[in-house]
Design a protein around this ligand. Structure first.
Ligand code: GLU
Length: 484
């Protein structure tokens, strides 16, 4: 019988989810959906000092915003819950104790200072670093002595000599020589579990079949496999591993706060659409076999396979993401565009959200849909519609200081005031006749001053449409204000 695929996304949110997390979540999601399997969303929050409720809530909210739905996890629960590791501490204690009882693990009484001193020695002698096995075979007397000294032990897993081999779905055969995988701590002296214990126990208990995660976790795999062995899992039941290559910044170093924007919250605030982020990240290091740049979530689900993930690192290219975002904005229906643009306008206090304001925004959106790359741009683009008088931008002031500009504005007023019909065609032909035909100006010199007077900036949505929407009275008042 073919086992149902169960993937998991298991972040430890110590801040907002970042680009790397999202790429992992997206691939886990796509693989689960492609195979008709399940995505398990597990929060690895054993370090409650760094993983706070707020970050957990934000991670959940980000997944929802991206449209990456899960089948078991926060808010919905499931048969293998709880899905917050902080609520599973007894389970980890149980297994750590069992590993002790079964002889896979031992109590280690070495103090941090002793460990550090021995590590220093190893460095001097050029030996492989890591725990030297000192407490592996303590006699009852030695243990009693340590206890009498008041030492509290950690529980340490014993790594047998030899090697761990597994086939990574992206990287192929991987071998770890145990000389470089020393005995490792499962549980601290205070009874709190370490990542390696919790992650491996949960992957088994949650019946995970495929672990797709970042390459930075590759080296912890032999330790996790050791935990599966100690739990009595048969090798054919170990999850399959697929370690996704790093996402690099423009400078070819791993993408981080230092060389790029990594927090998903930032992308959201800038006005990147979730479908653009998913589109871009999906094709970053994976391809369906062609060189397309656009992919929908449906296509991703139907085409995704782990085999086509590139094993070399992928470079994050903000320009490409912006281009995709612009495409996705242009593909929105006006209603959808409106729904997504409104929060930017209200939070920038451009509008309060009255019906009248929303109706005007709805009319103005089509004239800027071709021109913006990020939703946030609706704020500078549409702001001038919602102010009583415009304040001319610093950069545009100089352009207005030229004498010719005042002539242009006076001529515009004379051309516009008699208009009985106030639509963009009439406005355009009146201004063309007065400024281009009669005064012989180039379009830039002709319409530039009018644009600045009406919108406050030399960069704006199309001028004649903007004036139509703003209305005759307000347009003329703004031009007058500068003529005086
Ligand atoms: N919680 C780990 C992290 O955020 C990932 C665990 C895993 O995918 O194995 O780095």
């Amino acid at each position: 019988m073919v086992k149902e695929v169960r993937t998991r996304f298991a972040p430890s949110p110590t801040g907002d989810l970042h680009v790397g997390n999202i790429r992992t979540a997206l691939f886990d999601w796509a693989y689960a959906r492609h195979t008709g399997g399940k995505l398990i969303f597990r929060i690895e929050d054993t370090d409650r000092e760094r993983v706070t409720d707020e970050y957990i809530n934000r991670a959940v909210e980000t997944m929802k915003w991206l449209g990456l739905n899960w089948d078991e996890g926060p808010e919905i629960g499931g048969p293998c819950g709880p899905y917050l590791q902080s609520q599973r501490l007894d389970i980890y204690k149980h297994w750590a104790q069992k590993f002790l009882d079964d002889g896979f693990a031992y109590k280690c009484y070495c103090s941090t200072e002793e460990l550090e001193a021995r590590r220093e020695k190893q460095r001097e002698l050029n030996q492989a670093p890591g725990y030297d096995g000192k407490c592996r075979n303590l006699s009852a007397d030695e243990e009693a002595k340590y206890v009498a000294e008041g030492r509290a032990p950690v529980i340490r897993m014993q790594m047998p000599a030899g090697e761990t081999r597994f086939t990574d779905l992206i990287r192929g055969e991987v071998v770890f020589d145990h000389t470089f995988v020393p005995d490792f701590v499962l549980m601290r002296a205070d009874g709190s579990p370490l990542y390696t214990l919790a992650v491996a126990v949960d992957d088994v208990l949650m019946k995970i079949t495929h672990v797709l995660r970042g390459e930075d976790l590759l080296s912890s795999t032999p330790r996790q496999i050791r935990v599966y062995q100690a739990m009595g899992v048969a090798p054919e039941d170990y999850p399959h591993f697929a370690h996704l290559p790093f996402v690099m910044g423009q400078d070819n170093a791993k993408l981080s706060k230092r060389n790029g924007e990594v927090s998903i919250a930032w992308y959201r605030e800038e006005g990147f659409l979730p479908e653009a982020i998913c589109n871009y990240l999906a094709l970053l290091g994976w391809s369906p076999g062609d060189d397309r740049e656009n992919i929908t979530m449906e296509e991703l689900v139907s085409l995704f396979n782990v085999e086509r993930v590139n094993s070399s690192p992928a470079r994050f290219d903000m320009k490409k993401l912006e281009a995709i975002n612009g495409d996705k904005i242009r593909a929105l229906t006006i209603d959808d565009f409106l729904k997504r643009a409104l929060p930017f306008l209200t939070s920038a206090k451009i509008i309060t959200g009255t019906d009248e304001e929303i109706a005007l925004v709805r009319k103005a959106l089509p004239i800027i849909q071709e021109r913006i790359v990020k939703l946030k741009e609706v704020v500078p683009m549409l702001g001038f519609f919602f102010v009583e008088t415009v304040k001319v931008e610093e950069e545009s002031v100089a352009k207005m200081a030229e004498e010719q500009a005042l002539h242009v504005l006076s001529a515009s007023l004379s051309a516009l005031e008699p208009l009985s019909q106030w639509d963009h065609e009439s406005i355009e032909s009146a201004l063309r006749a007065a400024l281009i035909e009669k005064m012989g100006l180039k379009p830039r010199n002709a319409f530039g001053p009018v644009r600045i007077a009406v919108t406050g900036s030399h960069i704006s949505p199309p001028l004649f449409e903007s004036m139509e929407l703003l209305g005759k009275e307000r347009s003329i008042a703004r031009i007058k204000a500068l003529v005086r």
